[in-house]
Design a protein around this ligand. Structure first.
Ligand code: FAD
Length: 370
């Protein structure tokens, strides 16, 4: 068993955790990020498929605010992101409205040819990330936090830290925080975390032979947003994001209501086929994939979040909660919250006063490779 003590342990390698950790490392602190999955990016997720991939979490990147705009500006010249700019069809049961990108803002949507996790990998450059390690409990001693880790497919480790950033969905943070109530941890903070609610989502990842890609390429749209379907929220021709995909890949995402109903269904394959059969009016062969997987997102979208960009306490030891649920529900909010958490830790550990997040991200991006 390896023993380590660091300035900051960041729990979660989603966008909030990675951005926070990068800022802290650049300010000279010793940081370890602990992530329960093998991959980086959290809900910004890419499923590897035979010789291609599909984004089964975040659908695309758009300039939602200053930080996502700065990220896009940095990543397009490097080829990590490129415009995904045909059209998104807004589909309702009563009508069909096509929104051509050119009629809206130019270059509104961005995709990553290698999959959106490339964005997380870029932001995570040179960070020390312990993957496949789930934090199952945190305990305070008189001087430091002790993190109990459960290794899924790696060597089990233990970690001690002067401070902790929990950059994970609120319900998962709550599981770690509730047992601390007996150790003098802030009841007010626990109550705030408890008040946050998330909606679930089921994502279907379906593949078809490469030839069918030509039919998708001929469509006037590359994705569909369902306005009022009780079951489907989103359909995306994933292979239109790649240059010459070996397979045709499609993603279908359910509504929160459908996911809540079917989340524990024993046969998700049937549930996935049911979702695909709802869109055969748009693409007739969609319900006959050569392969089909269904991913369960238990905490997909923030249903009820908080207004604060992060939650912080120093009792019994420094701890900050961060994530999209702090101040919003999207990528822009995850980035802002990650930087706010880093500011808080830096202020406590004696480094600097808070600066404007746009300047902060610009400085952070400047340190990363071109
Ligand atoms: C299907 C889907 C589609 C979406 N589409 C969009 C979109 O198009 N645009 C948009 O702006 N947003 C979208 N979102 C929301 C977006 O993904 C989030 O707002 C954002 O990615 C949140 O980042 P985060 O860092 O706060 O959390 P997360 O990405 O959830 O990161 C948290 C990380 O913590 C890890 N973790 C959790 N518990 C532990 C533990 N105990 N120990 C160790 N690690 C742990 C998780 O594995 C995860 O990697 C979508 C989400 C989903 C699910």
């Amino acid at each position: 068993m390896k023993k380590n003590a660091v300035d900051v342990a960041v729990v979660g390698a989603g966008l909030a955790g990675i951005t926070c950790a990068q800022q802290l490392v650049q300010s000279g602190l010793q940081v370890v990020v602990v992530e329960k999955s093998r991959g980086l990016g959290g809900r910004l997720a890419t499923r590897r498929l035979p010789e291609t991939c599909a984004d089964h979490g975040v659908r695309y990147l758009a300039a939602q605010g200053d930080l996502t705009a700065a990220l896009i500006e940095k990543l397009v010249p490097q080829g990590i992101l490129q415009p995904w700019s045909k059209a998104i069809l807004r589909h309702s049961t009563s009508e069909q409205i096509t929104e051509q990108k050119s009629e809206l803002q130019p270059e509104l949507y961005y995709a990553a040819p290698a999959g959106l996790t490339a964005v997380a990998k870029y932001l995570a450059a040179d960070l020390e990330i312990w993957r496949s390690q789930r934090v199952q409990a945190i305990n305070s001693t008189s001087a430091e936090w002790q993190l109990e880790l459960e290794a899924t497919d790696a060597e089990a480790r233990s970690l001690a830290a002067r401070s902790i950033v929990l950059a994970i969905p609120a319900p998962q943070a709550l599981m770690l925080l509730e047992p601390l109530a007996q150790q003098g941890f802030s009841e007010v903070l626990i109550q705030q975390v408890r008040s946050v609610e998330f909606d679930p989502c089921l994502t279907v990842i379906a593949t078809y032979v490469a030839e069918q890609q030509r039919e998708l390429a001929d469509l006037p749209w590359q994705a569909v947003q369902f306005v009022d379907s009780p079951e489907l929220a989103w359909l995306s021709c994933e292979s239109t994001k790649r240059s010459s995909p070996a397979l045709t890949a499609v993603i279908a995402q359910s509504t929160a209501a459908f996911a809540a109903q079917q989340f524990e269904a024993p046969d998700l394959q049937t549930v996935g086929r049911q979702l695909l059969s709802r869109v055969t009016n748009l693409i007739p062969w969609l319900d006959q994939p050569i392969d089909l997987q269904v991913h369960r997102w238990r905490y997909a979208f923030v249903k009820r979040g908080l207004t604060d960009r992060c939650l912080a306490t120093r009792e019994p030891l420094p701890l900050v909660c961060s994530g999209d649920w702090c101040g919003g529900n999207q990528i822009e909010d995850a980035l802002k919250s990650g930087l706010a958490a880093a500011n808080q830790i830096q202020a406590w550990l004696g480094d600097q006063s808070a600066i404007d997040p746009v300047v902060q991200l610009a400085q952070l991006l400047q340190q990363l490779p071109n």
